[in-house]
Each structure stands twice: as C-alpha cells, then as structure tokens.
Design a protein around this ligand. Structure first.
Ligand SMILES: C[S@@+](CC[C@H](N)C(=O)[O-])C[C@H]1O[C@@H](n2cnc3c(N)ncnc32)[C@H](O)[C@@H]1O
Length: 225
C-alpha cells in the first residue's frame, strides 16, 4: 500500500480500492484533532465509537489527550491495521501511538483506557453493539464509493447508539450526507473549517445549519440509501 506524507508531517495511505487517501492532504493528525476530537468535545471517561478506524489516528488523538476512555473501532479491512506500525509520527505522539500499534495486532487494549476493534462490515457489526456512546467519529471514504456507511439505515443504527446530547462528527459537508443525517432525525450544524467544513450531528443539541447551507441541502441533497 502506498504511504503518503501529509502537510503536517504525519503519514497516511492511499486506498487502491477506493482510489482515495485515508486523510486530507493538509494533515492526518491535524484532521484527527480538529475534525473529531475538538468538535466532539471529548472528555475523560467518554465512550467513543470510531467508524472507519483505518490507521487509528482519530482514536489515538483521543487517547493522547484524555484518560479512562472506552473506544470501539469498526473496521472492515485487516490489512490497513498492518500498515499502522509503518507510520512515522512526531515524537510527542509516539507513546500514544504505541497503544494503537498494540491494538492493531491484538484488537484490544486495556489500561486506564480501553480500546477494542471489531473487524467486519460496520453496517453489520454495529448491530451487535449494545452500549450508548458519548461521541461518534464517522470517517468512511466518500459517500459515492463507500455508500453503506452513509446510508439512512446505517445512520439510524448509529443514532440508536448515541445519547441525547452526544455529538457525531464527520469530515463530509456533502449535501446528500447532510440530508441523510437530517432524515434520520439528527439536528446538524457546520463543524470547523479545516481544509473543508465538516458536519456535526446530535439528537438533542440545538444544532442548526446556516440558512444558505440548509438551502443547498434542500435543493441538492438526496437521501443515501
Ligand atoms: C477514510 S478511511 C479512515 C481513516 C481513519 N479514521 C484513520 O484515522 O486512519 C475509511 C476507513 O473505513 C473503512 N471502511 C470502509 N467501508 C467499511 C465498512 N463497510 N465497514 C467497516 N469499515 C469500512 C476503510 O477500510 C478505511 O479504513
């Protein structure tokens, strides 16, 4: 698998299957902190669902900053986990990443934080998860090629596993993605602009899109099935 250095110095991979990088060129690590950890307002003791675990950057960023987390990662491709030991990282991040390296071999880890990766198609494996999460990282490839993880039925499965004030964050600002989140009953809003804008969703928080962005969803958004 081709390894590519991003602008913040961290490394990512190119997926031949999806013809897409695993992260934005701007920075794999930057994306993890700015698009997932900060907007989801992660705190100590949080339960996190990391969908599209990939190279594990989003979970690693959470483990780096917070204690006593319980993370479940959903990933269908065992081979991407084998790439994790090859990733070179800034010094400050290496200790945390050791945990992810260990998890990529054993699929679980327990210290003050607990992390478990479930291998398989997340649209199926999610059905076995009985707990509710404080935050969800929704990080598949784009909605045209990785449709099952953006579909209304899958988004509804995620929603069942969120608490009323939990936050789901995704890098995508595509109108069909936003339309599908709203169709599932989420309140949504624009997340921070990091390269592109991301999208935040919650069941009960009073999230709202700016009027111009809501119009784009109304005109161009089709529910993803
Ligand atoms: C954009 S990459 C995720 C990057 C990752 N969050 C990281 O920090 O490295 C998307 C990931 O979703 C996984 N994926 C795609 N379809 C899936 C499915 N149906 N079930 C589970 N994982 C899936 C891919 O194998 C890939 O690892």
């Amino acid at each position: 698998m081709k390894v590519v250095q991003t602008r913040d110095g961290s490394f990512t991979c190119f997926s031949e299957e999806f013809k897409e990088l695993y992260h934005a060129r701007n920075g794999a690590l930057e994306e993890a902190f700015e698009k997932y950890i900060k907007p989801c307002k992660i705190k100590d003791n949080y339960k996190i669902l990391d969908i599209g675990f990939g190279l594990g950057y989003n979970s690693a960023a959470a483990l780096h900053k917070f204690k006593n987390l319980k993370i479940i990662g959903l990933e269908k491709d065992k081979n991407i986990l084998k790439q994790i030991p090859k990733m070179e990282l800034p010094k400050y991040f290496q200790n945390t990443f050791k945990i992810i390296k260990q998890v990529s071999k054993t699929l679980h880890y327990k210290n003050s934080s607990e992390i478990k990766i479930i291998i398989g198609d997340a649209s199926k494996t999610i059905k076995d998860i009985t707990e509710k999460f404080d935050a969800v990282f929704l990080d598949p490839f784009n909605f045209k090629t990785n449709q099952e993880l953006w579909s209304l039925s899958f988004i509804k499965e995620i929603k069942k596993r969120m608490k009323p004030s939990s936050i789901l964050s995704t890098y995508s600002s595509a109108a069909p993605v936003r339309k599908t989140l709203q169709e599932a009953g989420f309140n949504i809003t624009e997340g921070p602009k990091v390269g592109s804008y991301c999208t935040l969703a919650s069941i009960n928080l009073p999230f709202k899109l700016q009027e111009k962005n809501q119009k784009i969803v109304d005109v161009f958004g089709e529910v993803i099935n």
